[in-house]
Design a protein around this ligand. Structure first.
Ligand SMILES: N[C@@H]1[C@@H](O)[C@H](O)[C@@H](COP(=O)(O)O)O[C@@H]1O
Length: 258
């Protein structure tokens, strides 16, 4: 694992954007895995800014989002489809037909999961997947206890996840109880993983990711076994992680951005 230590949220977003922009320039047909939540918003802002300044071309790339709420149609204001349009897709030249977000309203969710997995495979797999982490160690919406061999699936959300995400809804009751998410093995099949971690609230989860055994009760611990994972974390998130030796071949890199 490579850890890029940055000063704050803004620097984390810039460091992640630099990697994505370089990837798109090197290969305009990149298959990009995208994440939602508060953490990657700054990254999308940086990508939009770069697009306006340098016209980085997204017309040939393909995107796959990690997850979606069950029961929310794409045009629902709280769907991850709406989120992606509002924070990124509406501002760059990505083609609509190249955007993939699992549907939380397909009457056959089993078929939706199978098709999503198949579409990822048909595109040759994900080149680079952006990830955030839940305070309980979830990745995508794979909550503690999820088997490591899972593919795209329908999951029950942990109460703490619903509570954490209720800030985007009118009330906790409005937060769906289920989601459709890439499975752990879908995520692990991506050629490269970029995990973004910011803020003191995530410090404990990051510490556990780096120091705990690889176990299904803490899904993100599986990242220790991926061959190409970069963690971009700010100082608040790294607060309790730097004092002990990290597991495996962890390399700390401190970056200073312009
Ligand atoms: N499904 C998303 C995850 O993909 C995200 O990484 C995580 C953290 O969210 P945030 O970045 O808002 O802390 O929780 C959400 O529930």
């Amino acid at each position: 694992m490579k850890i890029i230590e940055v000063a704050n949220y803004e620097e984390m977003s810039k460091a992640a954007a630099e990697i994505i922009i370089k990837t798109i320039h090197d290969n305009p047909k990149t298959v990009l895995g995208l994440a939602t939540g508060g953490t990657p918003k700054g990254l999308y802002k940086e990508l939009i800014h770069d697009y306006q300044e340098h016209k980085t071309d997204y017309s040939e790339m393909t995107s796959f989002n990690l997850d979606e709420y069950i029961g929310l149609s794409p045009d629902h204001p709280n769907s991850y489809y709406s989120y992606m349009n509002e924070v990124f897709f509406n501002y760059v030249n990505i083609k609509k037909e190249n955007i993939h977000i699992p549907s939380g309203t397909n009457p056959s969710l089993e078929e939706e999961c199978r098709n999503y997995e198949q579409t990822i495979n048909n595109k040759g797999g994900i080149d680079i997947q952006i990830l955030g982490i839940g305070e309980n160690g979830h990745i995508g919406f794979n909550e503690p206890g999820t088997a490591f061999d899972t593919k795209t699936q329908v999951v029950q959300l942990a109460e703490m996840t619903r509570e954490a995400n209720s800030r985007y809804f009118n009330s906790l009751e409005d937060v769906p109880t289920k989601a459709i998410t890439m499975g752990i093995s879908t995520i692990m099949n991506a050629k490269q993983l970029i995990l973004l971690v910011s803020g003191e609230k995530k410090a404990h989860a990051l510490h556990q990711l780096l120091h705990s055994a690889v176990m299904e009760s803490f899904p993100a611990s599986i990242l220790q076994t991926h061959k190409n994972v970069t963690i971009i974390a700010d100082q608040d998130a790294l607060r309790c992680s730097k004092t002990e030796e990290t597991k495996g071949e962890t390399e700390f890199v401190t970056t200073i951005l312009d």
